[in-house]
Design a protein around this ligand. Structure first.
Ligand code: GCB
Length: 611
């Protein structure tokens, strides 16, 4: 404990920096926008020749894919100039979606590709225009009409850039260099257990606003039973403006004035008629914010989440999290990380209606915004995490800054989602002083940015004979303890032994099994020998692990690994895996395995709310 306090002291200065982490532009709840999805052209740039030439010299202009040039027209003129690209005549790809699944030639491509979209735009005098990218994996260099307008690192969070002065009415040329390469300083690092999935994997939208607009607006229920929130204006008329907040269904109308920084704050007792959001009754309200010529609407649920001793309290009542983990990968034979509404509904529908669940762990990175909204709508509590996974460069302050920025981008994006109750700051990071310092700093950043949700991390456990222990100094920084446990799959334990294992964990905090699981190839049945990779073994493994879990007095939730088989370059058993991690309870095409029913029955039979 003393060691942990010392660590906290080192990072104490960072909390005050929370405001500085707010992304400069958010435009989170805009539905009216020009969708730039559809057909784009692309050009591979394996040696990054658009950016630098040999010896690090400035790139040759004939290589620079981002130039606003009509190559075909230039080629019709006589003269010495020539080009080694032409995005107007390049091959096409439908975006959003990962390139690895779009074109067989790009299945294992890991590097830079340039994408181009031509579009016309309606220019309205006095209005402002913005491009919002929901996710580009992993690094983005954005050019509009030949001009560099944005750079972004991080494959799972949005970024916004103003284009008012660069946009033209006809024939805009939007070019995005997407570099999927990860390195020792990236988050995640170079090795994970999921697919590379490079590309523009989430929507790109052109958003128009009045000169002064509502960049972001938030509202939540606090523990004192009050609705508290704020609206942030951006533009020349931001200061000392009136902002109106309306929840028509509750008869609520509030007004507040913005301060010198353009922020208006709201704080009012929640009306008695307010129905709290819960998995059983996921009530959402249309909340309207209006300021000058601008208005935005968000659909928001209201609930509280807290910890009391080893209990998790949702709206003041103990809750047991009946969940599952999942990757952002749609049910399909050749998924492209394309989570539109139908795909999100199908995945989360399996959790809600198939497994009788009330909870999902959206691993191992912030998922598509559609998933969060679907969880709100269906009534599934959510664990969200940034990809501080296995190992990143713990000693590098720039990497910590990157993690903080990703965390901030996620929090500002999702803070109106009632479903979201847990922020996780890491997954299976090996215990060491530098790693604990890094996480403690991140935990503090999360609390400074959002003290209304709980902080957790998926930790590694230690084994002493039949006893599983947790001796991680990071525990002190967490509200909820979470562990990944694979006894009975990795290692030599028989399943009889798994059911006998005992847990020695702190009694004063809720414990979650954030992962447990076993591979099974759909259709491989082995009723006699019940070998690993058979559906029978996976089902037995679930029975044994659930029996073990039932003996842990502080256990408050489960998110086994994993809902669906997912692509992973680590998994190359030629018979059973073929490039897929097979720990899914359903196959990549949605076929349920035996263990699905084992878990579904377990959840169905758990007495509510505690087991
Ligand atoms: C883990 C990781 C997860 C892997 C899983 C596995 O502990 O957190 O990303 O995919 O194990 O299948 O081994």
């Amino acid at each position: 404990m003393r060691r942990f306090i010392a660590l906290l002291a080192v990072v104490a200065g960072t909390a005050s920096a929370a405001d500085a982490l707010r992304p400069p532009l958010l435009l989170t709840a805009r539905t009216a926008a020009q969708d730039l999805g559809g057909t784009w052209t692309y050009s591979k740039d394996y040696y990054r020749t658009s950016l630098t030439d040999i010896n690090g010299w400035v790139a040759k202009s004939r290589m620079q894919r981002f130039r606003d040039v009509d190559v075909a027209a230039e080629e019709k003129k006589s003269g010495p100039a020539f080009f080694e690209f032409d995005l107007d005549r390049g091959p096409t790809m439908t975006l959003p979606g990962a390139w690895n699944s779009a074109v067989p030639e790009l299945r294992w491509y890991d590097g830079l590709i340039w994408f181009q979209r031509r579009f016309d735009a309606k220019l309205v005098p006095g209005q402002r225009s913005f491009l919002r990218f929901e996710a580009v994996n992993y690094r983005a260099s954005v050019y509009l009409n030949g001009k560099p307008i944005a750079q972004h690192e991080g494959g799972f969070t949005p970024f916004v850039v103003e284009v008012t002065d660069t946009l033209r009415a006809l024939g805009n040329r939007l070019v995005v260099g997407v570099d999927s390469k990860h390195d020792a300083q990236s988050i995640p690092g170079e090795i994970t257990d999921w697919d590379l999935y490079g590309g523009i994997t989430r929507p790109v939208k052109l958003i128009r606003t009045p000169a002064t607009f509502i960049d972001d607006a938030t509202l939540r229920l606090n523990d004192a039973g009050r609705l508290v929130g704020s609206a942030q204006l951006n533009g020349p008329q931001s200061a000392n403006q009136s902002v109106t907040l309306r929840i028509a269904a509750l008869g609520v109308t509030l007004q507040a004035r913005t301060d010198a920084n353009g922020e208006a704050r709201f704080d009012t007792p929640a009306p008695a008629s307010l129905k709290r959001w819960s998995p059983e009754a996921p009530t959402l309200y249309d909340v309207d914010f209006e300021a000058g010529a601008d208005r935005v609407r968000d659909r928001i649920g209201f609930r509280t989440i807290a910890v009391r001793g080893s209990d998790l309290l949702l709206n003041g009542q103990p809750v047991f999290l009946k969940g599952i983990s999942l990757h952002e990968e749609e049910i399909a034979p050749n998924p492209a990380r394309r989570l539109d509404e139908a795909a999100a509904r199908r995945l989360l529908g399996e959790v809600k209606h198939g497994l009788h669940g009330n909870y999902v762990r959206l691993s191992h990175y912030p998922h598509n915004e559609t998933m969060l909204r679907m969880a709100d709508e269906l009534g599934l509590l959510v664990w969200s995490e940034i990809p501080v996974y296995w190992t990143v460069d713990w000693d590098n302050p720039a990497v910590l800054d990157k993690a903080r920025r990703m965390q901030a981008e996620t929090i500002y994006r999702d803070r109106n989602r009632a479903a979201l109750v847990l922020w996780s700051i890491g997954n299976e990071t090996p215990v060491a002083d530098n790693r604990t310092r890094f996480h403690a700093a991140l935990a503090q950043t999360v609390r400074a940015l959002d003290d209304s949700r709980l902080v957790s991390a998926a930790l590694l456990v230690e084994r002493k004979g039949d006893v599983i222990q947790l001796a991680d100094p990071l525990l002190a920084a967490l509200d909820v303890i979470a562990v990944n446990t694979y006894a009975g799959w990795y290692g030599d334990d028989t399943l009889d032994r798994v059911a006998r294992l005992r847990w020695d964990v702190p009694a004063d905090k809720p414990l979650l099994f954030s992962e447990f699981g076993a591979d099974a190839q759909t259709g491989f049945r082995d009723a006699t020998l019940r070998r690993k990779f058979s559906e029978d073994y996976q089902a037995d493994y679930y029975r044994a692990t659930l029996a073990m879990a039932a003996q842990v007095p502080t256990l408050r939730g489960l998110s086994p690994w994993v809902l669906k088989d997912f692509r992973s370059p680590r998994r190359e058993h030629p018979v059973f895996q073929q490039g897929w991690n097979r720990k899914g309870l359903i196959s990549e095409t949605g076929q349920r395995k035996l263990a699905f029913t084992v878990l579904a029955n377990h959840y169905k039979n758990l007495s509510s709310p505690l087991p």
